[in-house]
Design a protein around this ligand. Structure first.
Ligand code: HEC
Length: 126
């Protein structure tokens, strides 16, 4: 009986110790994941002049001196509940407006498909 209780307590302590030791590692890992996430990478692509350059025309949160010839990209989930519709808009804006001033990022391969996924993830998060 005593042996069992002691055994339980010991394994309980061991578990606590293991968890405590692993916690910093888990936290560091999570921080890395956020830094390298699709949303973060998508933001870099969207803000980069050589890639998305969305700020030339759109106001986007955190963006410096944005243009205003296009609608501000805010509350995207309520305007584009379906993420695929949002992606399609960025892929080829001429589908919705044949006269659009917006570059056809996917159609003209300004962005690769995987870059487009990341930009969409970022815009969808706004
Ligand atoms: C040269 C200007 C220009 C650039 C650069 C540009 N857009 Fe646009 N965008 C527009 C215009 C103008 C519209 C308004 C609809 C239209 O005329 O096609 C628009 C519309 C949109 C819409 C639809 C907004 C709504 O509420 O209907 C989204 C989403 C969008 N753009 C995303 C982007 C993203 C993401 C980028 C960068 C990868 C980008 N745009 C770069 C001009 C631009």
């Amino acid at each position: 009986m005593v042996k069992t209780i002691r055994g339980l307590t010991l394994s309980g302590v061991a578990m606590l110790l293991t968890t405590a030791l692993m916690l910093p590692a888990i936290q560091t890992h999570a921080a890395d994941a956020v830094k390298g996430s699709n949303i973060e990478q998508g933001k870099e692509l969207a803000f980069s002049r050589k890639k998305g350059n969305c700020l030339a025309c759109h106001m986007i949160k955190d963006g410096v001196s944005p243009g205003n010839i296009a609608p501000p990209l805010v509350m995207m989930k309520s305007r584009f509940p379906d993420k695929n519709v949002l992606r399609a808009q960025i892929w080829d804006a001429s589908k919705r407006n044949p006269e659009t001033a917006m570059p056809l990022f996917g159609k003209y391969e300004v962005l690769t498909e995987s870059e487009l996924d990341k930009v969409t993830d970022f815009i969808y998060s706004l």
